[in-house]
Design a protein around this ligand. Structure first.
Ligand code: AMP
Length: 115
């Protein structure tokens, strides 16, 4: 279910342009507009929910499949050297878009610090 006013739902619907790299019936992967590494993707489930505590069991399984998909596609995504995934949740983590999304960073040697 998509949300009328959500930025990422609008991107999924094609109402706002994005640099899409992959899409299937469950997930949508696109480039972050403000990359924090040489490669920075956002992976979003097509279902709208703000954060993990609001996920159904089925959506949790979809999120697992999305993370597996990143691994399976790592070469075509340019991530063969490794990558970092992060999910910002809530104000302390500076979540700015309230549609759960996975940041995928790589394409270069990342810093050891997580923040
Ligand atoms: P977060 O702060 O974890 O909620 O992440 C939101 C991310 O969305 C940030 O890294 C933004 O750079 C990114 N972002 C915001 N608007 C767009 C957009 N129109 N297209 C691609 N990425 C976006």
């Amino acid at each position: 279910m998509l949300d009328q006013d959500c930025l990422f739902c609008k991107i999924i619907r094609g109402e706002i342009p994005s640099s899409k790299v992959y899409e299937d019936e469950e997930i949508y992967i696109f480039r972050d507009i403000s990359p924090q590494a040489k490669i920075h993707y956002l992976v979003v489930l097509k279902d709208h929910f703000a954060e993990a505590s609001l996920m159904s069991e089925e959506q949790a399984e979809t999120l697992g499949r999305a993370i597996r998909k990143i691994g399976l596609m790592k070469s075509e995504l340019g991530l063969e050297g490794g990558y970092r995934i992060a999910v910002n949740t809530g104000d302390d983590a500076c979540q700015s878009v309230h549609h759960l999304h996975v940041h995928v960073l790589g394409g270069e040697k990342l810093g050891e610090s997580m923040c």
